[in-house]
Design a protein around this ligand. Sequence first.
Ligand SMILES: Cc1cc2nc3c(=O)[nH]c(=O)nc-3n(C[C@H](O)[C@H](O)[C@H](O)COP(=O)(O)O)c2cc1C
Length: 398
Amino acid sequence: MPTSSAAVVPGPDAPARLELPPLRLGRLTIDTPVVLAPMAGITNTAFRRLCREFGGGLYVAEMVTSRALVERHPESLRIIGHDEDEKVRSVQLYGVDPVTVGRAVRMLVEEDRADHIDLNFGCPVPKVTKRGGGSALPWKTDLFTQIVQTAVREADRGGIPLTVKMRKGIDEDHLTYLDAGRIARDAGVAAVALHGRTAAQFYSGTADWDAIARLREALPDVPVLGNGDIWSAEDAIRMVRRTGVDGVVIGRGCQGRPWLFGDLQAAFEGSGERIRPALGDVGEAFYRHAQLLVEYFEDEGKALRDIRKHVAWYFKGYAVGGELRARLAQVNDLEELRGLVDTLDADMPYPGAEAEGPRGRAGSPKRPALPHRWLESRSMDADESHAIAAAELDVSGG
Ligand SMILES: Cc1cc2nc3c(=O)[nH]c(=O)nc-3n(C[C@H](O)[C@H](O)[C@H](O)COP(=O)(O)O)c2cc1C
Protein backbone atom coordinates (compact mmCIF):
# COMPACT_ATOMS: atom_id res chain seq x y z
CA MET A 1 0.00 0.00 0.00
CA PRO A 2 -0.33 2.17 -1.87
CA THR A 3 -0.32 -0.18 -4.83
CA SER A 4 -1.45 1.98 -7.72
CA SER A 5 1.16 4.18 -9.31
CA ALA A 6 -1.34 7.03 -9.32
CA ALA A 7 -1.40 6.95 -5.53
CA VAL A 8 1.70 9.06 -5.03
CA VAL A 9 1.28 12.48 -6.49
CA PRO A 10 3.37 15.60 -6.50
CA GLY A 11 2.11 18.08 -3.95
CA PRO A 12 0.31 21.06 -5.43
CA ASP A 13 1.77 23.32 -2.91
CA ALA A 14 5.46 24.02 -3.45
CA PRO A 15 5.91 26.20 -0.36
CA ALA A 16 4.65 23.39 1.89
CA ARG A 17 8.12 21.94 2.23
CA LEU A 18 10.54 22.39 5.01
CA GLU A 19 13.69 20.68 6.08
CA LEU A 20 13.84 20.19 9.80
CA PRO A 21 16.81 18.60 11.55
CA PRO A 22 16.41 15.26 13.32
CA LEU A 23 14.81 15.38 16.72
CA ARG A 24 17.23 14.68 19.54
CA LEU A 25 15.80 13.17 22.69
CA GLY A 26 18.68 12.46 25.02
CA ARG A 27 20.70 9.74 23.37
CA LEU A 28 18.03 9.06 20.75
CA THR A 29 17.98 10.62 17.32
CA ILE A 30 14.64 10.56 15.55
CA ASP A 31 15.46 11.26 11.90
CA THR A 32 11.97 12.45 11.00
CA PRO A 33 10.85 14.88 13.72
CA VAL A 34 7.36 13.43 13.91
CA VAL A 35 5.70 11.68 16.83
CA LEU A 36 2.64 9.45 16.72
CA ALA A 37 0.62 10.75 19.68
CA PRO A 38 -0.22 8.14 22.28
CA MET A 39 -3.90 7.30 21.87
CA ALA A 40 -5.59 4.85 24.20
CA GLY A 41 -7.36 2.15 22.25
CA ILE A 42 -5.57 3.12 19.02
CA THR A 43 -1.77 3.16 19.14
CA ASN A 44 -1.18 -0.53 19.82
CA THR A 45 1.47 -2.57 18.01
CA ALA A 46 -0.94 -3.16 15.10
CA PHE A 47 -1.54 0.50 14.31
CA ARG A 48 2.05 1.48 15.05
CA ARG A 49 3.27 -1.09 12.55
CA LEU A 50 0.98 0.25 9.84
CA CYS A 51 2.13 3.82 10.48
CA ARG A 52 5.79 2.91 10.68
CA GLU A 53 5.69 1.23 7.31
CA PHE A 54 5.01 4.60 5.71
CA GLY A 55 7.52 6.85 7.35
CA GLY A 56 9.98 7.60 10.09
CA GLY A 57 9.20 9.08 13.46
CA LEU A 58 8.66 8.13 17.07
CA TYR A 59 5.69 5.86 17.64
CA VAL A 60 4.36 6.02 21.18
CA ALA A 61 2.32 3.20 22.70
CA GLU A 62 -1.05 3.73 24.36
CA MET A 63 -0.74 5.11 27.84
CA VAL A 64 -0.44 2.71 30.71
CA THR A 65 -1.29 3.42 34.32
CA SER A 66 1.81 3.31 36.51
CA ARG A 67 0.08 1.43 39.23
CA ALA A 68 -1.37 -1.24 36.94
CA LEU A 69 2.07 -1.62 35.39
CA VAL A 70 3.91 -2.14 38.66
CA GLU A 71 1.19 -4.59 39.63
CA ARG A 72 1.86 -6.35 36.32
CA HIS A 73 -1.69 -6.47 35.09
CA PRO A 74 -1.63 -8.57 31.91
CA GLU A 75 -3.34 -5.85 29.87
CA SER A 76 -0.72 -3.32 30.97
CA LEU A 77 2.07 -5.65 29.95
CA ARG A 78 0.37 -6.12 26.59
CA ILE A 79 0.13 -2.33 26.12
CA ILE A 80 3.83 -1.78 26.73
CA GLY A 81 4.82 -4.62 24.40
CA HIS A 82 6.60 -3.78 21.16
CA ASP A 83 7.29 -5.61 17.95
CA GLU A 84 10.83 -6.84 17.62
CA ASP A 85 11.61 -4.43 14.84
CA GLU A 86 10.47 -1.36 16.76
CA LYS A 87 13.88 0.14 17.25
CA VAL A 88 12.70 2.77 19.69
CA ARG A 89 10.34 1.24 22.21
CA SER A 90 8.29 4.17 23.43
CA VAL A 91 5.96 3.89 26.43
CA GLN A 92 3.64 6.48 27.96
CA LEU A 93 2.91 6.40 31.68
CA TYR A 94 0.02 7.99 33.48
CA GLY A 95 0.45 8.54 37.19
CA VAL A 96 -0.43 10.78 40.09
CA ASP A 97 1.85 9.53 42.80
CA PRO A 98 5.60 10.16 42.63
CA VAL A 99 6.46 6.88 44.34
CA THR A 100 4.35 4.75 42.00
CA VAL A 101 5.48 6.61 38.90
CA GLY A 102 9.08 6.22 40.05
CA ARG A 103 8.56 2.50 40.53
CA ALA A 104 6.99 2.16 37.09
CA VAL A 105 9.91 3.98 35.45
CA ARG A 106 12.35 1.86 37.40
CA MET A 107 10.60 -1.30 36.27
CA LEU A 108 10.77 -0.22 32.62
CA VAL A 109 14.45 0.63 32.97
CA GLU A 110 15.59 -2.37 35.00
CA GLU A 111 13.69 -4.84 32.87
CA ASP A 112 14.80 -3.14 29.65
CA ARG A 113 11.26 -2.62 28.40
CA ALA A 114 11.54 0.90 26.94
CA ASP A 115 13.91 3.24 25.11
CA HIS A 116 11.78 6.33 25.65
CA ILE A 117 9.25 7.16 28.35
CA ASP A 118 6.62 9.88 28.18
CA LEU A 119 4.47 11.10 31.07
CA ASN A 120 0.84 11.97 30.38
CA PHE A 121 -0.39 15.23 31.93
CA GLY A 122 -2.99 15.89 29.26
CA CYS A 123 -5.91 13.62 30.04
CA PRO A 124 -9.14 15.69 30.27
CA VAL A 125 -11.49 12.81 31.12
CA PRO A 126 -13.73 13.87 34.06
CA LYS A 127 -13.18 10.71 36.07
CA VAL A 128 -9.44 11.52 36.01
CA THR A 129 -9.50 15.29 36.54
CA LYS A 130 -12.11 15.11 39.27
CA ARG A 131 -9.50 13.33 41.34
CA GLY A 132 -6.74 15.72 40.36
CA GLY A 133 -5.07 13.54 37.72
CA GLY A 134 -4.18 14.15 34.06
CA SER A 135 -4.55 17.72 32.90
CA ALA A 136 -5.61 18.86 36.39
CA LEU A 137 -2.31 17.80 37.91
CA PRO A 138 0.19 20.44 36.71
CA TRP A 139 -1.89 23.01 38.59
CA LYS A 140 -0.31 21.61 41.75
CA THR A 141 3.26 22.57 41.05
CA ASP A 142 4.67 20.71 44.05
CA LEU A 143 3.16 17.39 43.04
CA PHE A 144 4.01 17.91 39.38
CA THR A 145 7.63 18.72 40.31
CA GLN A 146 7.96 15.64 42.49
CA ILE A 147 6.56 13.32 39.83
CA VAL A 148 8.72 14.65 37.03
CA GLN A 149 11.88 14.82 39.14
CA THR A 150 11.42 11.27 40.39
CA ALA A 151 10.67 9.95 36.91
CA VAL A 152 13.69 11.69 35.37
CA ARG A 153 15.96 10.41 38.12
CA GLU A 154 14.83 6.81 37.60
CA ALA A 155 14.99 7.09 33.81
CA ASP A 156 18.49 8.58 34.00
CA ARG A 157 19.75 5.45 35.72
CA GLY A 158 19.25 3.65 32.43
CA GLY A 159 20.08 6.61 30.20
CA ILE A 160 16.47 6.62 28.96
CA PRO A 161 15.09 9.97 27.77
CA LEU A 162 11.93 11.03 29.55
CA THR A 163 9.47 13.53 28.11
CA VAL A 164 6.23 15.10 29.30
CA LYS A 165 3.04 15.75 27.36
CA MET A 166 0.56 18.28 28.61
CA ARG A 167 -2.27 20.65 27.76
CA LYS A 168 -2.31 24.43 28.13
CA GLY A 169 -3.98 24.20 31.51
CA ILE A 170 -7.31 23.67 33.15
CA ASP A 171 -9.07 26.56 31.41
CA GLU A 172 -8.10 29.98 30.08
CA ASP A 173 -8.07 31.42 33.61
CA HIS A 174 -5.91 28.63 34.97
CA LEU A 175 -3.12 28.07 32.50
CA THR A 176 -0.27 25.83 33.58
CA TYR A 177 1.85 25.13 30.52
CA LEU A 178 4.56 27.75 30.96
CA ASP A 179 5.21 26.90 34.62
CA ALA A 180 4.96 23.19 33.95
CA GLY A 181 7.30 23.48 30.98
CA ARG A 182 9.92 25.27 33.07
CA ILE A 183 9.59 22.78 35.91
CA ALA A 184 9.98 19.87 33.50
CA ARG A 185 12.97 21.52 31.82
CA ASP A 186 14.61 22.13 35.20
CA ALA A 187 13.96 18.51 36.17
CA GLY A 188 15.92 17.41 33.09
CA VAL A 189 13.31 16.14 30.66
CA ALA A 190 14.41 15.42 27.10
CA ALA A 191 11.46 17.31 25.56
CA VAL A 192 8.14 18.91 26.36
CA ALA A 193 5.08 18.32 24.16
CA LEU A 194 2.15 20.71 24.28
CA HIS A 195 -1.38 20.02 23.06
CA GLY A 196 -2.70 23.53 22.47
CA ARG A 197 -5.99 23.08 24.27
CA THR A 198 -7.13 23.41 27.86
CA ALA A 199 -8.84 20.59 29.74
CA ALA A 200 -12.08 22.58 29.51
CA GLN A 201 -11.93 22.44 25.73
CA PHE A 202 -11.64 18.67 25.59
CA TYR A 203 -11.27 18.25 21.81
CA SER A 204 -13.47 21.16 20.77
CA GLY A 205 -12.50 24.38 19.02
CA THR A 206 -9.07 24.71 17.56
CA ALA A 207 -5.67 24.11 19.07
CA ASP A 208 -3.88 27.28 20.08
CA TRP A 209 -0.64 27.24 18.12
CA ASP A 210 0.30 30.63 19.55
CA ALA A 211 0.56 29.03 22.98
CA ILE A 212 2.88 26.45 21.45
CA ALA A 213 4.99 29.30 20.05
CA ARG A 214 5.10 30.95 23.49
CA LEU A 215 6.29 27.74 25.09
CA ARG A 216 8.95 27.32 22.41
CA GLU A 217 10.15 30.82 23.16
CA ALA A 218 10.07 30.32 26.93
CA LEU A 219 12.14 27.14 26.74
CA PRO A 220 15.01 27.77 24.35
CA ASP A 221 17.12 25.05 25.94
CA VAL A 222 14.93 21.95 25.53
CA PRO A 223 13.12 20.49 22.51
CA VAL A 224 9.47 21.52 22.33
CA LEU A 225 6.97 19.47 20.37
CA GLY A 226 3.72 20.90 19.06
CA ASN A 227 0.44 19.02 19.11
CA GLY A 228 -3.09 19.70 18.01
CA ASP A 229 -5.04 19.81 14.76
CA ILE A 230 -2.42 18.61 12.32
CA TRP A 231 -4.50 16.93 9.62
CA SER A 232 -1.96 16.95 6.80
CA ALA A 233 1.72 17.36 6.07
CA GLU A 234 0.94 20.94 5.06
CA ASP A 235 -0.53 21.58 8.52
CA ALA A 236 2.61 20.14 10.11
CA ILE A 237 4.80 22.50 8.13
CA ARG A 238 2.57 25.43 8.97
CA MET A 239 2.83 24.57 12.64
CA VAL A 240 6.62 24.38 12.53
CA ARG A 241 6.86 27.66 10.66
CA ARG A 242 4.49 29.42 12.99
CA THR A 243 5.77 28.08 16.30
CA GLY A 244 9.39 27.09 15.73
CA VAL A 245 8.84 23.69 17.35
CA ASP A 246 11.42 20.94 17.03
CA GLY A 247 8.87 18.33 16.03
CA VAL A 248 5.18 17.65 15.66
CA VAL A 249 2.89 15.21 17.44
CA ILE A 250 0.07 13.71 15.38
CA GLY A 251 -3.05 12.23 16.94
CA ARG A 252 -6.44 12.12 15.24
CA GLY A 253 -5.08 13.14 11.83
CA CYS A 254 -3.68 9.66 11.27
CA GLN A 255 -6.75 7.75 12.38
CA GLY A 256 -7.70 5.76 9.30
CA ARG A 257 -4.77 7.33 7.46
CA PRO A 258 -1.52 5.65 8.50
CA TRP A 259 -0.04 6.90 5.22
CA LEU A 260 0.00 10.40 6.68
CA PHE A 261 3.40 9.43 8.09
CA GLY A 262 4.63 8.97 4.53
CA ASP A 263 3.44 12.47 3.64
CA LEU A 264 5.06 13.88 6.78
CA GLN A 265 8.40 12.28 6.05
CA ALA A 266 8.28 13.52 2.47
CA ALA A 267 7.39 17.02 3.61
CA PHE A 268 10.18 17.17 6.19
CA GLU A 269 12.64 15.92 3.59
CA GLY A 270 11.61 18.74 1.33
CA SER A 271 9.60 16.62 -1.09
CA GLY A 272 6.17 17.62 -2.35
CA GLU A 273 5.04 14.03 -2.97
CA ARG A 274 1.88 12.97 -1.19
CA ILE A 275 0.10 9.64 -0.92
CA ARG A 276 -3.41 9.78 -2.35
CA PRO A 277 -4.79 6.25 -2.08
CA ALA A 278 -7.43 4.81 -4.34
CA LEU A 279 -10.24 3.00 -2.53
CA GLY A 280 -8.62 -0.38 -3.18
CA ASP A 281 -5.52 0.75 -1.29
CA VAL A 282 -7.63 1.96 1.61
CA GLY A 283 -9.51 -1.34 1.72
CA GLU A 284 -6.23 -3.27 1.83
CA ALA A 285 -4.85 -1.09 4.63
CA PHE A 286 -8.08 -1.54 6.58
CA TYR A 287 -7.93 -5.32 6.13
CA ARG A 288 -4.30 -5.43 7.15
CA HIS A 289 -5.09 -3.36 10.22
CA ALA A 290 -7.69 -5.97 11.19
CA GLN A 291 -5.21 -8.79 10.58
CA LEU A 292 -2.60 -7.10 12.77
CA LEU A 293 -5.20 -6.56 15.50
CA VAL A 294 -5.94 -10.28 15.45
CA GLU A 295 -2.24 -10.91 16.11
CA TYR A 296 -2.19 -8.24 18.80
CA PHE A 297 -5.24 -9.40 20.72
CA GLU A 298 -4.75 -13.09 19.89
CA ASP A 299 -8.53 -13.12 19.63
CA GLU A 300 -10.26 -12.74 16.27
CA GLY A 301 -13.61 -11.66 17.71
CA LYS A 302 -12.06 -9.00 19.90
CA ALA A 303 -9.94 -7.68 17.03
CA LEU A 304 -12.92 -7.39 14.72
CA ARG A 305 -14.91 -5.59 17.37
CA ASP A 306 -11.98 -3.20 17.80
CA ILE A 307 -11.64 -2.44 14.09
CA ARG A 308 -15.24 -1.17 14.01
CA LYS A 309 -14.31 2.24 15.33
CA HIS A 310 -11.85 2.65 12.45
CA VAL A 311 -14.40 2.15 9.63
CA ALA A 312 -15.60 5.75 9.41
CA TRP A 313 -12.04 7.06 9.58
CA TYR A 314 -10.64 4.88 6.79
CA PHE A 315 -13.52 5.45 4.41
CA LYS A 316 -14.10 9.15 5.15
CA GLY A 317 -14.79 10.94 1.87
CA TYR A 318 -14.96 7.80 -0.28
CA ALA A 319 -18.26 6.85 -1.89
CA VAL A 320 -18.86 3.75 0.20
CA GLY A 321 -22.55 3.28 0.94
CA GLY A 322 -24.03 3.25 4.41
CA GLU A 323 -25.04 -0.37 4.14
CA LEU A 324 -21.54 -1.54 3.26
CA ARG A 325 -20.07 0.63 6.01
CA ALA A 326 -22.48 -0.92 8.48
CA ARG A 327 -21.54 -4.41 7.33
CA LEU A 328 -17.83 -3.61 7.58
CA ALA A 329 -18.48 -2.58 11.17
CA GLN A 330 -20.26 -5.81 12.00
CA VAL A 331 -18.01 -8.57 10.71
CA ASN A 332 -17.07 -11.37 13.03
CA ASP A 333 -14.06 -12.87 11.30
CA LEU A 334 -11.34 -12.04 8.82
CA GLU A 335 -12.81 -14.18 6.08
CA GLU A 336 -16.04 -12.23 6.13
CA LEU A 337 -14.05 -8.98 6.14
CA ARG A 338 -12.00 -10.14 3.15
CA GLY A 339 -15.20 -10.82 1.24
CA LEU A 340 -16.53 -7.33 1.93
CA VAL A 341 -13.26 -5.56 1.13
CA ASP A 342 -13.22 -7.43 -2.19
CA THR A 343 -16.54 -5.84 -3.12
CA LEU A 344 -15.09 -2.31 -2.90
CA ASP A 345 -14.47 -0.49 -6.17
CA ALA A 346 -10.68 -0.73 -6.01
CA ASP A 347 -10.09 1.83 -8.74
CA MET A 348 -12.19 4.56 -7.18
CA PRO A 349 -9.69 7.44 -6.96
CA TYR A 350 -8.77 9.50 -3.95
CA PRO A 351 -11.66 11.89 -3.30
CA GLY A 352 -9.56 14.90 -2.33
CA ALA A 353 -10.73 17.39 0.27
CA GLU A 354 -13.57 15.19 1.49
CA ALA A 355 -11.06 12.65 2.77
CA GLU A 356 -9.08 15.33 4.57
CA GLY A 357 -9.58 17.72 7.45
CA PRO A 358 -10.71 16.98 11.00
CA ARG A 359 -11.61 13.46 12.05
CA GLY A 360 -12.03 11.60 15.31
CA ARG A 361 -12.99 13.00 18.67
CA ALA A 362 -14.42 16.53 18.78
CA GLY A 363 -17.03 17.24 21.45
CA SER A 364 -17.92 20.45 23.15
CA PRO A 365 -16.29 22.44 25.93
CA LYS A 366 -17.26 21.60 29.51
CA ARG A 367 -16.30 22.92 32.86
CA PRO A 368 -13.63 20.49 34.06
CA ALA A 369 -14.52 18.28 36.98
CA LEU A 370 -11.97 18.95 39.73
CA PRO A 371 -11.52 17.99 43.38
CA HIS A 372 -13.25 20.33 45.81
CA ARG A 373 -11.30 23.61 46.19
CA TRP A 374 -8.55 22.34 43.87
CA LEU A 375 -8.06 25.75 42.28
CA GLU A 376 -7.68 27.64 45.55
CA SER A 377 -4.02 26.83 45.92
CA ARG A 378 -1.23 25.72 43.64
CA SER A 379 0.16 23.35 46.25
CA MET A 380 -1.26 20.19 47.74
CA ASP A 381 -2.79 20.02 51.20
CA ALA A 382 -2.94 16.84 53.28
CA ASP A 383 -6.48 15.90 52.25
CA GLU A 384 -5.67 16.34 48.60
CA SER A 385 -2.54 14.24 48.90
CA HIS A 386 -4.58 11.48 50.44
CA ALA A 387 -7.38 11.67 47.90
CA ILE A 388 -5.27 11.76 44.79
CA ALA A 389 -4.09 8.20 45.15
CA ALA A 390 -7.55 7.15 43.96
CA ALA A 391 -6.97 9.01 40.70
CA GLU A 392 -4.72 6.30 39.42
CA LEU A 393 -7.31 3.63 39.03
CA ASP A 394 -8.70 2.47 35.75
CA VAL A 395 -8.07 5.39 33.43
CA SER A 396 -7.58 5.55 29.73
CA GLY A 397 -7.37 8.35 27.21
CA GLY A 398 -5.79 11.73 26.91
C1 LIG B 1 -8.92 8.29 21.09
C2 LIG B 1 -7.88 9.14 21.76
C3 LIG B 1 -7.11 8.61 22.78
C4 LIG B 1 -6.12 9.38 23.39
N1 LIG B 1 -5.33 8.82 24.35
C5 LIG B 1 -4.28 9.53 24.85
C6 LIG B 1 -3.35 8.93 25.73
O1 LIG B 1 -3.45 7.75 26.07
N2 LIG B 1 -2.33 9.70 26.20
C7 LIG B 1 -2.18 11.02 25.84
O2 LIG B 1 -1.26 11.69 26.30
N3 LIG B 1 -3.05 11.60 25.00
C8 LIG B 1 -4.07 10.87 24.49
N4 LIG B 1 -4.90 11.45 23.57
C9 LIG B 1 -4.62 12.83 23.11
C10 LIG B 1 -3.72 12.82 21.89
O3 LIG B 1 -2.46 12.24 22.20
C11 LIG B 1 -3.50 14.24 21.35
O4 LIG B 1 -2.86 15.00 22.34
C12 LIG B 1 -4.79 14.91 20.96
O5 LIG B 1 -5.61 14.06 20.21
C13 LIG B 1 -4.52 16.21 20.17
O6 LIG B 1 -3.82 15.93 19.00
P1 LIG B 1 -4.54 15.84 17.56
O7 LIG B 1 -5.26 17.15 17.34
O8 LIG B 1 -3.44 15.60 16.60
O9 LIG B 1 -5.53 14.72 17.65
C14 LIG B 1 -5.92 10.71 22.98
C15 LIG B 1 -6.70 11.24 21.95
C16 LIG B 1 -7.66 10.48 21.34
C17 LIG B 1 -8.46 11.08 20.21
